[in-house]
Design a protein around this ligand. Structure first.
Ligand code: AMP
Ligand code: MG
Length: 441
């Protein structure tokens, strides 16, 4: 692996310090993750994006300038090191580097506040996120983010192969959509505005332009939820399909999940090993259970539950733990769903809506359903929900001018990452998470 950045600084990654390259002269560049100074012997652990390698210096065999420089190194200093790869079965990676020269690019201050050599479980979670710009140097963070990269790329590949068009919707919206208290209010040149909670109305509008749309789009929710499933800034995999029904968007989600998991197993095998995560591909079709059935499963588990209320956090977790593969909850009562959900023609008390739930206690991944597309029906639903139709002028107007029947859903991107990577908390799925307490760095 050769990097053409500056041959003086780096021609190889630490990954190349392996037994196959025994005897090869290389220049690596990276961060000093660990220093073990044994007096006449120094072991350095150098980290770069490819991994870790060991540099071993014996005083008697090392050029005095190199020795002196290495004696003064600090944790997280950025260096380039030239040396010869030496196969050594005692070393974890089967080889180490014997240095002949070293360049210090940036000597790090004492003392680096994060101990990257500690096991994550031992690290205090507060420190990790207070110094997040430093703690992302943890190779585990890089592993999660590499997995996230594969997943984002494969979501795009999936939709592209199926003929969908990616959309980019506005994120600053006029105050007064359905959101209410959960909106972050901002000042837009003296006018009240909010950060988008979802792109719902815009992806529906986009159907008249493209018919089959998707996007990975940011959302903000001003909820003071302290759960392992909530952050205040998150992204959703948004999908909306003209001429589709609730049944079809369940199939699309099954195909999407299976595609992503297959690709994660294929391209991300090494990351899964590092995260100690075993993934099995769920069988299609995923189970579908009605809202009422889900409520009875929850009651059977001995958990208190009001049959007419949406799932509380405990209910959702327990329901999710009762399954080993993702499943859909369908037929949510009309009073629990947004005004844009179509109702069941056989029973207007129920909607043609669904949530995709991850197994193992990870909970809800997506919400969606078939939409109302008839102007009068939508206007009445808006009024029934207690909203003033005047606040939804442009949204309602477009339904007067020919909107197709359609269906769609929004799938929480960080929730998906959390489930696939088996993370204890959703904030680990974000490089710089936002929670009610954290909004810097
Ligand atoms: P909703 O429209 O509220 O059902 O949100 C759609 C999807 O976004 C949900 O199914 C979740 O996967 C995800 N989501 C909603 N709220 C949050 C949050 N606070 N943090 C992370 N993901 C969320
Ligand atoms: Mg939902």
């Amino acid at each position: 692996m050769t990097y053409a950045i500056n041959p003086e600084w780096r021609t190889h990654t630490t990954f190349d310090v392996n037994s196959e390259n025994d005897g090869l002269e290389v220049i690596i560049g990276g961060w000093v993750q660990q220093i073990r100074d044994k007096g006449k012997l120094i072991f350095l652990t150098i980290r770069d994006q490819s991994g870790l390698c060991q540099v071993t210096l014996h005083e008697a065999e090392t050029n005095s300038n190199v020795w002196k420089t290495c004696k003064d190194l600090t944790i997280e200093t950025v260096v380039s090191i030239k040396g010869v790869v030496k196969a050594d079965p005692r070393s974890k990676l089967g080889a180490e580097l014997t240095p002949s020269s070293i360049k210090v690019h940036s000597l790090a201050a004492l003392k680096f506040p994060i101990d990257l050599t500690k096991k994550k479980t031992q690290m205090d979670i507060d420190t990790i996120f207070r110094f997040r710009e430093l703690s992302i140097r943890d190779p585990k963070v890089s592993t999660i983010m590499k997995l996230k990269n594969i997943i984002a790329a494969e979501i795009r590949t999936f939709f592209k192969l199926k003929g969908f068009t990616e959309i980019f919707t506005p994120l600053i919206l006029t105050a007064s959509t359905e959101g209410g208290a959960e909106q972050f209010h901002i000042d837009y040149f003296g006018q009240p505005a909010v950060l988008a909670q979802s792109c719902q109305f815009y992806k529906q509008a986009a159907l008249a332009c493209h018919e089959k749309v998707y996007g990975i789009i940011p959302s903000w929710r001003a909820e003071k939820s302290h759960t392992p499933k909530h952050i205040t800034e998150f992204w959703q995999v948004e999908n909306e399909i003209a001429f589709a029904t609730d049944k079809e968007i369940m199939q699309v989600q099954e195909d999407l999940i299976v595609h992503v998991l297959e690709q994660v197993k294929k391209q991300g095998a090494i990351h899964l090993v590092e995260l100690n995560r075993i993934i099995s591909i769920p069988k299609k079709p995923f189970k579908r259970i009605s809202f009422n059935k889900a409520k009875s499963i929850i009651l059977d588990l001995g958990i208190e539950s009001n049959p007419t209320e949406d799932f509380g956090a405990t209910e959702e977790t327990a329901l999710s733990q009762a399954f080993e593969e993702p499943f859909f909850v369908t037929q949510f009562p009309s009073q629990l769903r947004g005004m844009y959900y179509a109702t069941d023609p056989k029973n207007p008390e129920l909607t043609l809506s669904l949530d995709l739930i991850a197994p193992e206690g990870f909970g809800e991944l997506s919400s969606g359903g078939q939409r109302v597309f008839e102007y009068e029906v939508l206007k009445n639903r808006t009024i029934q929900k207690g909203f003033d139709p005047d606040n939804f002028k442009w949204y309602l107007r477009m339904f007067k001018f020919g909107m197709p029947p359609h269906a769609g859903y929004g799938l929480g991107f960080e929730r998906l990452i959390r489930w696939i990577a088996n993370l204890p908390h959703i904030r680990e799925a974000s490089m710089f998470p936002r929670t009610p307490e954290i909004f810097q760095p």
